[in-house]
Design a protein around this ligand. Structure first.
Ligand code: THU
Length: 134
């Protein structure tokens, strides 16, 4: 654990959000993923003119972390200025289930915060255990 507070992790997500490349949706998202070794990897959403190639802030943070060798994760903060706090999308939940299934998910906008264990956001998800064949 890095020892940083939830507030600090959310702050890193807000900072990351400033770099969002969201010219198509106008919906800026920031994320900050804490690794068990204390490192924090931030991400923002990056959109493409070929819309389907866009990548969410959570996956950008996760891919940065995995590509830097981080393997265990403790918390992820996700922030937007939407009226309701924004949970990770289905694709991001799948990747979090694969690589960061034990995180706490801190979601926030300017007014509210929601803090849930990842398992509550993604019950009975597909993962590598189902790939085992007889
Ligand atoms: N987006 C994220 O970055 N994270 C989420 O949790 C939900 C959606 C991005 C994808 C796209 O760039 C924009 O928000 C609108 O869907």
């Amino acid at each position: 654990m890095s020892g940083i507070t939830d507030e600090d992790l959310l702050g890193k997500a807000w900072e990351a959000r400033k770099a969002a490349r969201c010219g198509y949706s106008g919906f800026a998202v920031g994320a900050a993923l804490e690794a068990a070794d204390g490192r924090v990897f931030s991400g923002c959403n990056v959109e493409s003119s070929s819309y389907g190639l866009s990548c969410c802030a959570e996956r950008v943070a996760l891919f940065k972390a995995l590509s830097e060798g981080a393997a265990e994760f403790t918390r992820i903060a996700v922030v937007t200025d939407a009226p309701q706090v924004c949970p990770p999308c289905g694709a991001c939940r799948q990747l979090l289930a694969d690589y960061a299934p034990h995180v706490r998910v801190l979601m926030a906008n300017a007014r509210e915060r929601l803090d849930l264990p990842f398992a509550e956001l993604f019950p009975y998800g597909f993962d590598q255990q189902f790939l085992v064949r007889p």
